[in-house]
Design a protein around this ligand. Structure first.
Ligand code: XMP
Length: 553
């Protein structure tokens, strides 16, 4: 089977399908496959064999999972897939499942293996072509394969896994008990490469250049000649999405950047510099700080703040969008680019008019692959509820353009670099939609926002200087609503403390407080107190998540 080159606009030919049996194993496997330059997608284990075959996969990987195959109910896969002539690799739970479904035995031996384990290769397997003797692997299993199904041979063993690898070469069905996707497995990458290149015959053609090329094509085909809007936040996802869409359709794209007065230091200048001056993107910079501070005056409840900011953002974006879509729409330009595509909301995007005859347009959103997987459907194009531009009114007749919806975060960053976005934007730590407001406990005023912004800029600068910025998930300053007594020079002070919050995390679902070096903390403390007027004390937040959250509000 020889797959055609991947098409990021919706590959119909040749992806590696990674079947998800729960936990996070599938995502990591899918990333490893892509790191080998082969396009992969995650599919639920409930998909029928005919659904899977219809995707014309070059290969299927059955992932690990948190359950035991002998539990009832335990997730399974439609066994017809084993007869479809598609190469299959089962990993851990996946290996045990295919063993059981094909007539072998999986037993509770009473001695599982967890962590680093020595693997001994005992037979000839194309998976171990680079690794004939075996070596250190990562195991995590309570059950073990004890009898291989008919037609299979065992090819490796470990102290407590009599069958640590097996295959039926005729049907191209392979299984490994260990986890090749984790970095602790010495030659895990080789195992994937042998499966992908030698068994599935996939070409290593999924590259950042190919992602950009195929997305440029897909965006052009989707939007035709219609106007396209993108809300820039200063963050990496919207920046990469905008740069990619701009590469596809040039000045059909208008970016809108709303300065809420709650942005980080120099963020607005950097957005201007990058998008207007470097990329020559049509940028509408709305300076709306006064409106936000006015709406937030006297408000101290965290949820009320979020709601006010979200609603005002939408109102402002809507004002700009309505003007742009109506005034800038050019029906002549649209008709030449029309492709007849009908958008999700029923508006015909290609000719630039909605079903009601109202001008329609497209809205770029930086949705990433993990959001798509988590939404449970790869066709759902719902606007994230927590996103700033959520809930745009229907009569604007926007359809979504989501050029990053097949990409993991690390791929988005690589694409951003390839498109020439500055390092600072591409590697920027996450920043919440409501901005500094959720880090200002109590009332949000222009003065308090200035204090926090100045302290935060020092935190970011020193963390960068210490070479820790990329290692930390987030590192920032928080402004509590109390004041404390201090003494500076000859005088008594009564001013705010600033709290330093720095966390490590993989996905923001859980986080640990970062053990910052003492000398860095000392520099942070003395610089913040000396340089930021209104602050006379610095504290460190040593709370993990759970029980704390990353942000203070
Ligand atoms: P928490 O504070 O819940 O934050 O541990 C988890 C992650 O989400 C970010 N965050 C937000 N992002 N709008 C956003 O776009 C929000 O309202 C929001 N609140 C929190 C936070 O920065 C962290 O990365």
């Amino acid at each position: 089977m020889s797959p055609s080159p991947p098409d990021a606009g919706g590959p119909a030919d040749g992806p590696i399908l990674v079947v998800d049996f729960g936990a996070q194993y599938a995502q990591l496997i899918a990333r490893r496959v892509r790191e080998a330059h082969v396009y992969s997608e995650i599919v639920p284990h409930t998909a029928s064999a005919s659904d899977l075959v219809a995707r014309r996969p070059s290969g299927i990987i059955l992932s690990g999972g948190p359950k035991s195959v002998n539990e009832t109910p335990a997730p399974t896969i439609d066994p017809a897939i084993y007869d479809a002539g598609i190469p299959i690799l089962g990993i851990c739970y996946g290996a045990q499942l295919l063993t059981l479904q094909l007539g072998g035995e999986v037993s509770r031996t009473g001695r599982g293996e967890y962590g680093r384990t020595a693997l001994t290769v005992t037979g000839s397997s194309p998976l171990f072509a680079d690794w004939p003797g075996g070596g250190e692997v990562w195991m995590s299993h309570g059950d073990a394969i004890t009898t291989v199904p008919s037609g299979f041979v065992a090819t490796a063993t470990s102290p407590d896994a009599p069958v640590a690898a097996l295959h039926d070469a005729e049907r191209a069905i392979y299984g490994v008990q260990f986890h090749p996707e984790v970095v602790h497995t010495e030659r895990g990458r080789d195992v994937f490469e042998r499966f992908l290149y030698d068994i599935c015959h996939c070409p290593p053609s999924w590259t950042h250049t190919s992602i950009i090329e195929s997305q440029v094509e897909a965006v052009r085909a989707q939007v035709g000649g219609s106007p396209v809007l993108c809300a820039l936040s200063g963050g990496v996802d919207s920046a990469v999405a905008a740069a990619l869409v701009h590469k596809a359709i040039g000045d059909q794209l208008t970016c809108v950047y709303v300065d809420t007065g709650l942005m980080r230091a120099h963020e607005s200048e950097q957005v201007e510099e990058t998008f207007r001056r470097q990329f020559h993107i049509d940028l509408v910079h709305v300076k709306a700080a006064d409106r936000f501070f006015e709406a937030l005056a006297g408000v101290t409840d965290p949820e009320a703040k979020r709601k006010i900011i979200g609603e005002l953002f939408i109102r402002i974006f809507e004002e700009v969008a309505r003007d742009l879509v109506i005034e800038e729409f050019d029906p002549d330009a649209a008709s030449t680019g029309a492709n007849g595509a009908t958008g999700a909301n029923g508006a015909t995007g290609a000719d630039g008019t909605g079903t009601s005859g109202e001008p329609s347009g497209y809205l770029v959103q930086g949705t990433l692959y993990p959001d798509v997987i988590e939404s449970g459907s790869d066709s759902a194009a719902t606007i994230k509820s927590h996103h700033n531009v959520g809930g745009l009114p229907d009569d604007l007749a926007f359809d979504l353009v989501e050029p990053l919806r097949l990409l993991f975060k690390d791929e988005v960053r690589a694409v951003g670099e390839e498109l020439g976005l500055p390092h600072d934007i591409v590697w920027r730590q996450p920043f919440p939609g409501p901005g500094l407001a959720v880090r200002i406990v109590g009332e949000v005023t222009p003065e308090r926002a200035d204090i926090l912004r100045a302290a935060d800029a020092i935190v970011v600068e020193e963390i960068r200087r210490a070479g820790l910025y990329r290692d930390l998930w987030q590192s920032f300053a928080v402004l509590p609503a109390v004041r404390t007594v201090g003494v500076m020079g000859d005088g008594r002070t009564y001013a705010y403390p600033v709290v330093i919050r720095a966390v490590t995390s993989d996905d923001a679902m859980t986080a640990d407080w970062a053990r910052l070096p003492y000398d860095l903390l000392e520099r942070l403390s003395s610089r913040i107190i000396n340089e930021v007027e209104g602050v006379n004390r610095v504290a460190l937040d040593i709370t993990s998540k759970p029980p704390g959250t990353i942000e203070w509000e």
